[in-house]
Ligand binder design. Structure first.
Ligand SMILES: Cc1ncc(COP(=O)(O)OP(=O)(O)O)c(N)n1
Ligand SMILES: Cc1nc(C(=O)O)sc1CCOP(=O)(O)O
Ligand SMILES: [Mg+2]
Length: 205
């Protein structure tokens, strides 16, 4: 499936509760989201597979891929389009071997050391962050700011998305730092109108 990193929705069960996970994702895709990551730190594997299957159904025919956060076995069991892992979420080469060459595989990067150590041939994209401090990830690293983000992008061997505390008004400055797109939880999931919230990111390119 084609990888378009322009606007990457990362889900959060709590923040999606007002409209429900499936309707929030459907609305965000109508608003222009190009990639969806199912991220739920509290769900069991079985619950996550069930959520993934429901999201696959709503994304069917849209061309928007479904990525699973952290859990390789869930991505495989649900037949998701890909997996996103962090620095402590397992081995990139093992994930690639298990997923196969067609799947999308993303890795979180916070530092230049991490960039220098990664194997770009096993990966499709990087998630760079956090740009700003955010309550959506309690254990996030030190914020990069726009300058730190631009320095990481300049050294990155792969296309990247920025993540962490991003709102629509940041879209132009974040893209100017060189990323392909923005990854967002609360500025879409936690909004009264997720479709309009997604559209706002794309109108401020
Ligand atoms: C697109 C994207 N970028 C970064 C992250 C963060 O991944 P990670 O560091 O593994 O943290 P958790 O999301 O697992 O808490 C991401 N999920 N997506
Ligand atoms: C999931 C995640 N990863 C981050 C990182 O820095 O790697 S920041 C983050 C949370 C992003 O949520 P919001 O858009 O609500 O700030
Ligand atoms: Mg992770």
């Amino acid at each position: 499936m084609r990888l378009d990193l322009s606007l990457y929705l990362v889900t959060d069960r709590g923040l999606c509760a007002a409209h429900g996970l499936v309707e929030t994702v459907a609305a965000a895709v109508r608003g222009g989201v190009t990639l969806v990551q199912l991220r739920d730190k509290h769900a069991s594997d079985d619950e996550l597979v069930d959520q993934a299957r429901r999201l696959k159904a709503v994304l069917y025919g849209t061309g928007v891929p479904l990525i699973i956060n952290d859990r390789l076995e869930v991505a495989l069991a649900a037949g998701a389009d890909g997996l996103h892992i962090g620095q402590d979420d397992g081995d990139v080469a093992e994930a690639r071997a298990a997923l196969g060459t067609e799947a999308i595989l993303g890795l979180s990067v916070q530092t230049h050391d991490q960039l220098a150590r990664l194997d770009p041939t096993a990966l499709d994209y990087l998630g760079l962050g956090p740009v700003f401090a955010t309550p959506s990830k309690h254990d996030h690293a030190t914020p990069l700011g726009f300058e730190g983000l631009a320095a990481l992008v300049a050294a990155s061997p792969l296309p990247s998305v920025a993540i962490g505390g991003l709102k629509a008004e940041h879209a132009a400055a974040v893209r100017a730092a060189g990323v392909e797109g923005l990854a967002v939880i609360s500025a879409i999931c936690g909004q009264p109108d997720p479709e309009a919230a997604a559209r706002a990111f794309l109108s401020r390119r």
